[in-house]
Design a protein around this ligand. Sequence first.
Ligand code: ZN
Length: 192
Amino acid sequence: MNPSLELTKQGLCEFCKKPTEHGPWTDEQLAQVIADIGCDLNDFADHCDDCFVVYVGMGDVEYAQKLITRPMTLTRPEHLAQLKHMKFMAAGKALQDFREKHGAVYRHMPESIPLFNELLEHAPPEVVKAFNDKAKELNLIPETKFVNDAGEPVYSAEQIAETLGVPVEQVEKDIREKFGHRLEAGNVHQVQ
Ligand SMILES: [Zn+2]
């Protein structure tokens, strides 16, 4: 019997040898599964959810999730980090393609906003920090006077208008147009 099948029968993952979500299997159960999926008994191996995501889904939890009928139990945080990184790279590629297609004006096109949002949403903390540092350096970010419940800085339309040197009505209009669908209401606290 091949070593993978031996592990499968014991309910262990072919790759990391940790318990899977399904086993251990009896010979009858195994015969049933083999018949259901139509594969050779000697080619059959079982995996824990972590290894399933890494080796079958190639790091893509969503893709791997589509292949199974129950929710996945991931135990290793690096897999989530890996997924985040893949989404970050994909968002970067999408933005690059957009820029190549439209040239330097791409930054001012409303269609670029969701692409930037996607990029920032999946960006590693050091990239987010670099973005913010650069924006502060260029005086694009107002002084932190208010924070939300999570302690993250929030800015009033007046503050943004003052910093950018544009009318407050313009800022309010831009915010409504660009972020209207995803604006969140919440508590705001004044920084002491
Ligand atoms: Zn495993």
